[in-house]
Design a protein. Structure first.
Length: 105
């Protein structure tokens, strides 16, 4: 099953997905909409293929199938198939198939 979101976060980092707050080291949304934080099911975002992700803090990696990614901190790797990537910090590697990449230190 494809993942809608896969994020590996640094300690103390918070992620907001479509207005809902989550914190942990690993946040995953499976294709069936189940939200996992550190391996435990914590929520369900059924019937969604697009998610908008806002992360406050530094990130090892964040990847979405569709939707915008905003990181207020440093990111080593950010990738979305369809959406924009905004980073307010340093960027290691960022890519999008259909969208823009914007960063500022």
């Amino acid at each position: 099953m494809k993942r809608i979101l896969d994020a590996v976060l640094n300690r103390g980092t918070e992620v907001v997905i479509d207005g809902k707050h989550y914190s942990g080291r690993n946040v995953v949304i499976e294709g069936n909409g189940k939200v996992f934080v550190d391996g435990q099911v914590v929520d369900s975002l059924a019937d969604r293929l697009t998610v908008n992700v806002h992360i406050t803090g530094s990130v090892e990696a964040v990847e979405t199938m569709a939707g915008d990614i905003t990181v207020e901190g440093d990111v080593k790797r950010a990738k979305t198939m369809s959406g924009d990537v905004f980073v307010k910090g340093t960027v290691g590697k960022a890519s999008t198939m259909s969208g823009d990449i914007n960063s500022r230190p």
